[in-house]
Ligand binder design. Structure first.
Ligand code: C2O
Ligand code: CU
Length: 570
């Protein structure tokens, strides 16, 4: 162990208050406009005095602003990539079309701007955004790109809840990172000993003596937290990934896996002048969960895992100093919250099974991976599932490996039915988009695929342990509507395809405003790639040779700024 990690280790073992938390918790700025300007940029952050670490951020050096949106609002995102690298930005948990979703296909080249426009359809809740480039998600997120999205709606507005951002309603993004000997962020390491809240090391937060709301996000690459407070004070979970629960649930522990969010209320009305700590009781985590004292269920461990002082230990995350209440404090925990209605199991159209398994067997592979879903790694050009628009489906997740995987699906929120046949706990009965599946566990959820059909651009499902995701523990699905064309009303009309139907042996693809077409892909109805070109021209003539069978084909046209999908008939 080098000197540096020893210092870090000392910093974490402050449970007995050897080291006082000395940095005020950074509260990201908010943006609340119809047009959101997000500039992805490189910079440096100083996690320790006098030491600079290269980081990435949005409109700053690290993390990004909190985006505030209202249900029903039409938002224009302007994501400008100032990084020297291609990336993408995904609106995690939000129900948007696949072309607007920011998955690995919707890449933003260096210096390009991606400008999706969509209507906010989600329930009030805490969502987030982060990069999603295949094989680079972990790097881009670990280096710092991530931010919260707060959606508001009328149902939530009518409940007496703390919602004054930074005053009684706080963003809490919990992450660990690994640094190398030069203090640079690395991803291939089990020594993720740098614990940050909103990018702050050893943070404290001054809070008023009243009911406060914490919007918790586990933005870590791998680590699961078992959250609670010092003195085991009770708190109330009011929301899961996709919004409010039906009622406030009193609890003293909340497990939060990578990608998951939870909103909690803490009643500090009688706690003025006290100090409390948000803490992870990781000694209580079940074996096989990354962060427990043992990952891998009695099998061989991940090399070096037990040298990490956070694994299996209880450690403080955030110090709360309780001061005077505000002018109009919330003093009661509301009992009823929102309506939460699952889908009817009798109306299910399709059952789907996903099995998680290691690619190689043996004790090391069972723990280290790489892991596959249904025996396959992610392939950019393979559509793994085809879903019919408006179908209700039950997905069964079988974890046939020795580590727990936080499974995430895009497009939809789901309702958990059971874990190994047993109904899930009350705090898991709300809308979810991530579920932690324990070793050898079977989890079922029900969901409905509404609103967005696009047979060309897929949505993702994957493990939200970013190492696993990047190694290929991901699949993709398209939602299709056989009754209509693929063109969504939100699609911008900047590309002409003619003649269509193609009644000669060539056709043209032309960008109306002269933007260069950077990439062009043609797929058949089964989603097979027929042609890929990088024309770098604003008008392209495509010749169709005699071997092409007649029928419908799908075009994906990438300019520097947009992705267009078109259907062409030949
Ligand atoms: Cu939070 Cu597919 O991602
Ligand atoms: Cu995983």
């Amino acid at each position: 162990m080098n000197k540096f990690s020893f210092l870090v280790l000392f910093g974490f073992f402050n449970i007995a208050n050897f080291v006082l938390a000395q940095n005020p918790l950074f509260i990201p700025d908010t943006l609340a406009e119809d047009t959101f300007h997000l500039n992805l940029q490189a910079g440096t952050s100083s996690f320790f005095p006098g030491i600079n670490t290269s980081t990435l951020g949005v409109n700053g050096n690290l993390l990004g602003p909190t985006l505030i949106m209202n249900q029903g609002q039409e938002v224009q995102m302007m994501v400008k990539n100032h990084l020297p690298d291609t990336t993408t930005i995904h609106w995690h948990g939000m129900h948007v079309s696949s072309a607007n979703d920011g998955g690995p296909h919707t890449y933003i080249l260096s210096n390009a701007t991606w400008s999706p426009r969509f209507t906010v359809l989600d329930k009030a809740g805490t969502y987030w955004y982060h990069p999603h480039l295949h094989k680079k998600t972990n790097e881009h997120v670990s280096k710092g790109i991530a931010g919260l999205i707060i959606v508001r709606d009328n149902e939530e507005a009518n409940i007496n809840l703390p919602r004054d951002y930074g005053v009684d309603d706080f963003p809490i993004i919990i992450q660990t990172k690994s640094l190398d000997a030069n203090h640079e962020i690395i991803t291939q390491s089990v020594m993720d000993t740098l614990l940050l809240v909103n990018g702050t090391v050893n943070p404290f937060l001054n809070v008023p003596a009243q009911v406060i709301r914490l919007r918790l996000l586990n933005g870590s690459s791998e680590r699961v937290y078992q959250l609670g407070f010092s003195s085991n004070i009770q708190f109330y979970q009011i929301a899961s990934d996709g919004g409010l629960l039906s009622q406030a649930l009193p609890m003293t522990r909340l497990r939060l896996a990578p990608g998951e969010r939870a909103e909690i209320l803490l009643d500090l009305s009688n706690a003025q002048n006290q100090t409390h700590y948000l803490r992870s009781f990781s000694s209580e985590l079940q074996q096989g969960v990354y962060g427990a004292n043992q990952v891998g269920m009695g099998m061989a461990n991940i090399a070096g895992y037990n040298s990490n002082p956070l694994n299996g230990a209880d450690f403080d995350i955030l110090q709360l100093n309780v001061g005077v209440p505000t002018q109009s404090p919330v003093t009661q925990i509301p009992s009823t919250l929102a309506s939460v209605v699952s889908w009817d199991e009798n109306a299910v159209n399709v059952l789907r099974n996903l099995t998680f398994s290691p690619a190689g067997m043996g004790p090391t592979g069972m723990v280290n991976g790489p892991f596959q879903i249904n025996g396959a790694f992610f392939e950019m050009n393979t559509i793994n599932q085809t879903v019919n628009l408006n179908d209700i489906e039950i997905w069964t997740l079988f974890n046939q490996s020795m580590v727990a995987h936080p499974f995430h699906i895009h497009d939809v929120q789901f309702y958990l039915l059971d874990r190994n046949g047993v109904t899930v706990a009350a705090n898991e009965q709300g809308r979810k988009d991530v579920v932690l599946v324990h070793p050898m566990e079977t989890v079922r959820f029900i969901t409905k695929f509404e609103d967005f059909a696009d047979s060309v651009t897929p949505y993702m499902y994957h493990c939200h342990m970013l190492t696993h995701e990047d190694e290929g523990m991901m699949g993709q699905f398209v939602v299709i509507d056989q009754t209509t064309s693929i063109e969504s009303p939100l699609d911008k009309k900047g590309i002409n395809v003619y003649p269509n139907p193609v009644n000669q042996d060539y056709f043209f693809i032309e960008s109306v405003n002269g933007d260069l077409i950077r990439k062009l892909e043609i797929y058949d109805l089964q989603g097979r790639l027929i042609l890929r070109q990088h024309p770098n021209q604003s008008s392209v003539k495509i010749f169709v040779d005699g071997h092409v069978s007649s029928g419908a084909y799908f075009l994906k046209i990438f300019t520097n700024y947009d992705l267009f999908t078109r259907k062409v008939f030949y």
